[in-house]
Design a protein around this ligand. Structure first.
Ligand SMILES: *[C@@H]1O[C@H](CO)[C@@H](O)[C@H](O)[C@H]1NC(C)=O
Ligand SMILES: *[C@@H]1O[C@H](CO)[C@@H](O)[C@H](O)[C@H]1NC(C)=O
Ligand SMILES: *[C@@H]1O[C@H](CO)[C@@H](O)[C@H](O)[C@H]1NC(C)=O
Ligand SMILES: *[C@@H]1O[C@H](CO)[C@@H](O)[C@H](O)[C@H]1NC(C)=O
Ligand SMILES: *[C@@H]1O[C@H](CO)[C@@H](O)[C@H](O)[C@H]1NC(C)=O
Ligand SMILES: *[C@@H]1O[C@H](CO)[C@@H](O)[C@H](O)[C@H]1NC(C)=O
Ligand SMILES: [Zn+2]
Length: 927
């Protein structure tokens, strides 16, 4: 308890440091409303020493209340005040003068004081010039580059990234999502480039002033939020899509990567057509361009009609990309295209409801991918993987609700996290499953129709869904969606449901409370109540297809959890199993007898009749309950023994995710030896079943078995199972012996990560250098990423130090956007961990400057520390460190808080469970 108090107080200090500005008008005044933008931008890409743009924006706006100032957003732009003009648009065409301007940097406001009052109801036209450098920060209007292999010269391009609040870095505007307006964009550039924007080209004219420059004007857009505007000047080439009757669809990349665009060009229009049908609304723009940007901070960005991607998220090479890489491309494209409706057509009123964008795009994308590639069985994979992530994140006290008040810009950025995406998606899936397909679709369609080209809040969505649910009789009249869903979106966390059976009465008592990893938090402080749709099946019935609720856990009007009794259950020789296909985000604890019955079926019975997602659930629940002490590790470890019979991907994924947490701690203790032998024993049967690392991929029919083989191979080599390490090394040696290793690579694509990492781990600096050279020569982003993660596997301290230095030195070849993969690889290596930690703590100021202002990327350096720290003294040291370096951790408050709390739960685990786990494992390996 004491530790927690310290934690909270240090958090308060960190949080306050940002919020104590006395100016608290963080939102624009509501006196004005933009009606239309005319944006002209001239981009200079010729002189690498002077990459810049200048432009002019003409904003037509309406006055809603009389006012003597115009306040809009502008950041880092040079504005010549003497050239700003304002006139009214009435026949008088009167010009207005300004009495002064003011810049309010804390809120990126640019305020123009007008000599006379502007009058409500009137429409005015403001013209402002602006100029700035194309920055290197990966947001606003920025520069990117690539090397042209033909000439060995650097080619420059320009691109925008405006979400959430960076349009203001590119031109003065009302940079909030509720100010939608049509845009007419005109780009000026040298004629050897292409210009792209949200809309198709309307007209190209020569530039009268600058030789060889042109003006490219695009058609007027539909009304849209500023964060969705995009434009680029580049010398890329494109691949057209050919799906009949599809919206015009083009995929762009640097010329030497164009052959990696085929897959994206094929998937994009297919998914788009599916969505048109699903939502019942045609895609409203005449075209979509999707473009791979060499330097890009996020994964991708859904700009309306001009979707931008990291190369790894759009490009696919049959010769270099694994199945997981391919699935990622499909999934990211499906996500961005889902946004064209959820986000672009209907936009959240304010960033508080960011999850309406992100949760929906994530969920709908999984429907889209499943539709076009049912053979991947990706729906189940993605659902489980979201659940596994959220069970962990949201079991932290420092987590936050899906929908939360947002004021400052850095809070917006912090909201782009797993809670908005994965938890948002998970609760939508829950709703889909308890409402049924017809009413869910109908509710969504009505919502999209009703708010097209407008803005909405979550309550608007709940209304449409409640209407549909009642119409389709999917929900009792006395229930409404808002009441149910508020318990999921406005409340942090998720419940654990205790199920205590009365075997003679054939009933069970259910109770709920919030599940927390931190066991020092008193029961009385956990509280919380969730509306839980209860689905279950029995050992005799084993009906895992019906995911509809048989009953509900309800909450009183004051939000208290109400206990629930369920009757009609079988007797003492049959198990019951709750949460069919894990439709809902909760953990289940049964009484000991029910656990024993379940384990008996898993180990000795017909375990395959239990739905594969529920097998994954049993593993995850048992290991969590053991972690937090509700259950004995003996039971959890006994359950895991059944894995020797398991041949499916999902249960193994669940097991490995959990075992990794234990390994992160035990791997640094003398008892690792037993853990290693225990894992070897567990893995051998599946490893042999899948023919180890032998190249049998061509014979695999079920696609998720490819993922299983990849994952098992990776663990098998880490734990030196059977012939894993020598086989990996043989592949690597064969590659090294190739006369042209950049052209021919004999390592099976889906095993490359394992083969590279294992060979680097057990190899020498010549092996390392060989791989580093391949990195530099590779033309495929997915391959580069695989190599970056593998270079961190070496156990040579000096090589690890060398690699850390390279990581933050972009001239050496690792782009800033990829640096965290390299860093993480070092930090997850048991030897690299200590080096990475020292490096981070010593260089935190430098690292902060390196990433600034994209603190999100910096926060990705933290998980290896949180997961591998388990000593009180290390925890104390890290906590002191963050307190002393607050200014270099600004914008990472949430991430730091979660890091500290995770470390704390590890400390608790070590103290409570280490001895017991060691005993359990030893008894099992001797069996
Ligand atoms: C500008 O005018 C609006 C509306 O009259 C007012 O709410 C706001 O405080 C003013 N802002 C400044 C910086 O003067
Ligand atoms: C803003 O301008 C300053 C000074 O010109 C520059 O150092 C900084 O990098 C710029 N920030 C961005 C995000 O462009
Ligand atoms: C490309 O140019 C760089 C320096 O500009 C040089 O170091 C490198 O060797 C050149 N590569 C080739 C293949 O010519
Ligand atoms: C394309 O649209 C036309 C006219 O709407 C229709 O006749 C044709 O069948 C469609 N083709 C395909 C392949 O859907
Ligand atoms: C759930 O069961 C555990 C262990 O049996 C018990 O400690 C806890 O109080 C129960 N929680 C609720 C909410 O009933
Ligand atoms: C891989 O293939 C080799 C040669 O056919 C064989 O000896 C070995 O047992 C295989 N390994 C596994 C794990 O199947
Ligand atoms: Zn998104």
């Amino acid at each position: 308890m004491r530790l927690l108090l310290l934690l909270v107080s240090s958090w308060a200090v960190l949080g306050l440091a940002l919020a104590d500005s006395s100016y608290n008008y963080f939102r624009l005044p509501t006196a004005l409303r933009p009606l239309k933008y005319n944006l002209r931008v001239l981009t200079h890409l010729e002189d690498p020493e002077n990459l810049r743009f200048e432009g002019n924006v003409k904003i037509l706006f309406k006055v809603l209340e009389n006012t003597k100032n115009i306040t809009l957003h502008s950041k880092n732009l040079t504005i010549d005040n003497s050239l700003i003009t304002l006139r009214d648009t009435s026949s008088a065409n009167k010009k207005y003068c300004f009495s002064g301007t003011e810049v309010i940097p804390a809120h990126d406001f640019f305020v123009m004081r007008i000599c006379e009052e502007l009058v409500a109801g009137q429409v005015y036209e403001l013209t402002m010039p602006f100029a700035a450098d194309l920055n290197r920060q990966l947001e606003g209007y920025y520069r990117s580059s690539y090397n042209d292999p033909e000439t060995n010269k650097t080619r420059w391009l320009s691109i925008t990234q405006f979400e959430p609040a960076s349009a203001r870095l590119a031109f003065p505007c009302f940079d909030e999502p509720n100010y939608k307006a049509p845009f007419v964009v005109t780009l000026g550039y040298h004629k050897r480039f292409n210009g792209l924007s949200n809309m198709p080209v309307k007209e190209i004219k020569p530039n009268e002033q600058i030789a060889d420059y042109i003006w490219c004007e695009f058609e007027e857009s539909v009304p849209m939020s500023t964060y969705l505007i995009a434009y680029s000047v580049n010398d890329f080439t494109h691949k057209p899509s050919t799906l009949p009757n599809s919206t015009l669809f083009r995929t762009w990349a640097r010329p030497n990567a164009i052959e990696q665009c085929d897959y994206a060009a094929e998937v994009g229009p297919k998914v788009l057509q599916y969505y048109e049908e699903l939502f019942g609304i045609k895609f409203p723009l005449p075209k979509i361009d999707q473009i791979a940007i060499p330097d890009f901070s996020a994964g991708a960005m859904e700009n309306w009609g001009l979707v931008t991607y990291r190369e790894i998220a759009l490009l696919y090479s049959a010769k270099h990309s694994s199945l997981a890489d391919k699935q990622r491309v499909a999934s990211v494209i499906a996500h961005e295209l889902a946004h064209q409706w959820f986000g672009n057509l209907v936009t959240m009123k304010w960033w508080t409801d960011l999850w309406l964008n992100e949760g929906f795009a994530t969920y709908v994308a999984s429907l889209g991918v499943d539709k076009i590639n049912p053979e991947w069985r990706s729906m189940a994979q993605e659902s489980l993987s979201n659940l596994l992530v959220i069970f962990r994140k949201d079991a932290l006290e420092s987590s936050h609700p899906i929908s939360r008040p947002i004021e400052l810009v850095n809070e917006i950025s912090e909201s782009f996290d797993q809670i908005s995406y994965q938890k948002g998606s998970t609760v939508l899936r829950m709703m889909h499953m308890f409402m049924g397909d017809d009413s869910f679709r109908s509710g969504i369609q009505n919502y999209l129709q009703k708010f097209s080209y407008g803005n909405a809040e979550q309550d608007n969505l709940w209304e449409s869904l409640t209407e549909a649910a009642h119409k389709f009789k999917a929900l009792p009249k006395s229930f409404d969606i808002k009441r149910i869903m508020d318990s999921w979106t406005l409340q942090t966390g998720y419940p654990i449901i205790n199920i205590t059976r009365d075997y003679s009465a054939g009933s069970a008592k259910l109770s709920q409370e919030r599940y927390l990893l931190n066991t020092q938090i008193l029961r009385a402080q956990r509280g919380g109540c969730w509306w839980v749709p209860l689905s279950y099946t029995t050992q005799a019935e084993q009906d895992f297809a019906n995911t509809g609720p048989k009953a509900w856990m309800e909450c009183s009007s004051s939000g208290e959890a109400l206990p629930k009794t369920i009757s009609g259950l079988p007797g003492k020789d049959q198990w019951i199993l709750f949460n069919t296909q894990m439709s809902t985000l909760y953990k289940v604890n049964y009484d000991e007898r029910n656990w024993k019955l379940l384990i008996d079926t898993l180990i000795n019975g017909d375990f395959e009749r239990i739905h594969v997602i529920n097998r994954a659930q049993l593993i995850d629940d048992a290991l969590y309950l053991a972690w937090t002490g509700e259950q004995n590790y003996d039971i959890a470890m006994q359950l895991l023994e059944y894995l020797r019979r398991e041949r499916e991907y999902l249960p193994w994924k669940s097991a490995f995710e959990n075992l990794k947490r234990i390994k992160n701690i035990i791997g640094q203790t003398p008892n690792f030896e037993f853990f290693k032998r225990y894992l070897q024993k567990l893995i051998v049967p599946i490893y042999e079943h899948l023919n180890g690392l032998n190249d049998t991929f061509i014979d695999i029919e079920q696609q998720d078995q490819v993922l299983l083989k990849t994952m098992v191979g990776n663990w098998a080599c880490q734990y030196q199972v059977a012939d894993c390490v020598p086989t990996a090394q043989a592949y690597y040696q064969a590659w090294r012996n190739e006369p042209e290793p950049d052209k021919r690579n004999p390592v099976p694509i889906n095993l490359r990560q394992t083969v590279y990492c294992t060979s680097i781990r057990h190899g020498n600096d010549v092996d390392w250098q060989f791989l580093w050279t391949r990195y530099k020569n590779s033309n495929v982003a997915a391959e580069k990423r695989t190599i970056l993660s593998s270079l961190g596997c070496t156990r040579e301290v000096w090589l690890l130090q060398h690699y850390l230095a390279l990581t933050f030195e972009p001239k050496q070849g690792i782009r800033k956007q990829d640096s965290m993969w390299a860093f993480q690889a070092v930090a997850y290596n048991e030897i690299g961990f200590h080096l990475a930690r020292d490096y981070f703590m010593t260089n935190v100021d430098f690292i902060y400057k390196f990433y600034n202002p994209i603190t999100k990327d910096m926060s990705r350096l933290l998980p290896p520390f949180s997961e591998q720290t388990f000593l009180q003294s290390d925890f104390d040291e890290f906590r002191n460190f963050v307190t002393e370096h607050r200014s270099s951790l600004k914008g990472l408050e949430q991430a730091i808080q979660q890091t500290l709390e995770t470390m704390l739960t590890n400390v608790q685990w070590k103290n409570r469970n280490y001895g017991q786990v060691s005993v359990s494992i030893r008894s099992l390996i001797d069996k």
